[in-house]
Design a protein around this ligand. Structure first.
Ligand SMILES: Nc1ncnc2c1ncn2[C@@H]1O[C@H](COP(=O)(O)OP(=O)(O)O)[C@@H](O)[C@H]1O
Ligand SMILES: CC(=O)OP(=O)(O)O
Ligand SMILES: [Mg+2]
Length: 414
């Protein structure tokens, strides 16, 4: 029997974590999945689950290791070692490509791209506009190249889905010459997730993506909203960098830009200190000391006023974007929650649409309380707009885009 290289390894490298999945693209089956978190800290943790592979005895059994993992290169080597233990190592001839999430692709990349030295240089040039993300993405690519120099490495960009935004949504109202000279415009992020979730929502509604208008609320540690009209993004809440828009775990989202002048001129902070304040010490963590929505809800239920205020600010911002994108789209068919908070936090979903019947929005308390990994409607049957929860799967989307670019199920392994 002839075998074929049909597997794709996907690496989603974040500022302090790496999520990964190994998939077989004949049917999209996951062979292994895992996460390395708290990279660079003494308490780094690797959680690895083989889901299939030659060793049936280990399949489905989660393995956890807590040990210092100094950087992203060490994290990837640890992941490669775990995969090898299950007979799913990176040396496998069945591996067709490695797909990488790359957060900022600037103006240049609107499609998945095979990485070469020039592509790497461009991702590097964009580090100042994605300082938490692009450096980690670069390390992921370089480490993977070192482990398998013969394989195509494919970059799938968070910004790609948003390149369809019209100029009136993508441009800031600043001096055009200055903006153009420095490529200052709104790029938007989490695009792989917004694309996947808006498409799955159309499926949930039994329609073609070209027929539906959807507001997608991607609420993870980073958070963004997008307005998707007939399958194309027409507006999104993140901008030049992933700092604009919604309140996030550690990022402020929208503020008056004059706050930064004030912090410099009056508070005497340096630009680097302000950058750190707004990106890492603001948002939920800045407001109440916690960035995990589970912890915040626990504190709210105990009557903690700081957690209550943080939650209320988070929800207020979210509601503003729902209203704004209802106006941008004119007709809204669905409002969809996704990512860690959106998929799991029923109180966030309830509060986000409470009292918005005039916009056609309502949530059924019973449906909202259901826990499931499946896409599901949480609005009452007579709701004008469908409110839904659609779990995102950035890794599957990246694997599909990667394999569509470089894979070929018909090519036998040499
Ligand atoms: N059961 C839950 N209830 C509320 N929030 C949750 C729950 N599970 C996860 N979260 C939230 O999801 C966030 C992480 O979301 P995720 O999409 O994995 O983020 P990222 O990809 O940005 O790391 C956590 O910070 C936490 O606040
Ligand atoms: C772009 C971005 O904010 O990504 P993440 O949510 O993974 O931090
Ligand atoms: Mg994420």
């Amino acid at each position: 029997m002839t075998s074929h290289a049909t597997r794709v390894l996907v690496l989603n490298s974040g500022s302090s974590s790496v999520k990964y999945q190994l998939l077989d693209m004949r049917d999209g089956a996951r062979l292994a999945a895992g996460l390395v978190e708290r990279i660079g800290e003494a308490s780094s943790r690797l959680v690895h689950t083989p889901l299939a592979g030659p060793d049936a005895a280990t399949a489905g059994k989660k393995r956890e290791r807590t040990e210092p993992i100094a950087d992203h290169a060490a994290a990837l080597e640890a992941v490669a070692a775990e995969l090898a233990r299950d007979g799913l190592g990176l040396d496998s001839p069945e591996l067709a490509a490695i797909g990488h999430r790359v957060v900022h692709g600037g103006l240049r990349f609107s499609e998945p791209t095979v990485v070469d030295d020039e592509v790497l240089a461009e991702i590097e040039r964009l580090v100042p506009v994605a300082p938490l993300h692009n450096p980690a993405n670069l390390t992921g690519i370089r480490t993977a190249q070192a482990l398998r120099p013969d394989l195509p490495q494919v970059a799938v960009f968070d910004t790609a889905f948003h390149t369809t935004m019209p100029e009136h949504a993508a441009r800031y109202a600043i001096d055009v010459a200055t903006a153009d000279a420095h490529r200052i415009r709104r790029y938007g992020f989490h695009g792989t997730s917004h694309a996947y979730v808006s498409r799955r929502t159309a499926e949930l509604l039994g329609k073609d993506p070209s027929e539906v208008n959807v507001i997608v609320l991607h609420l993870g540690n980073g958070a963004s909203a997008s307005a998707v009209e007939g399958g194309r993004c027409v507006d999104t809440s993140m901008g030049l960098t992933p700092l604009e828009g919604l309140v996030m775990g550690t990022r402020s989202g929208d503020i008056d830009p004059a706050v930064t002048f004030h912090l410099k001129r009056v508070a005497g902070m340096s630009v680097d200190e302000i950058d750190e304040l707004l990106n890492k010490k603001s948002g939920l963590v800045g407001l109440c000391g916690d960035n995990d929505m589970r912890e915040i809800r626990r504190r709210v239920d105990e009557g903690d006023p700081a957690a209550r205020l943080a939650f209320d600010i988070y929800i207020h911002r979210l509601r503003k974007y729902i209203g704004a994108y209802s106006a941008v789209l004119g007709r809204v068919d669905a409002v969809v929650f996704t990512a860690g908070v959106g998929e799991n936090a029923a109180p966030v979903r309830e509060a986000a649409v409470a009292g918005l019947e005039t916009l056609g929005l309502a949530v059924d308390a019973g449906l909202n309380a259901v826990r499931s990994d499946e896409p599901r409607v949480i609005s009452p049957a007579d709701s004008r707009v469908v409110v839904a929860v659609v779990p995102t799967d950035e890794e599957l989307e990246i694997a599909q885009q990667t394999f569509a670019l470089v894979g070929d199920v018909r090519t036998p392994i040499a």
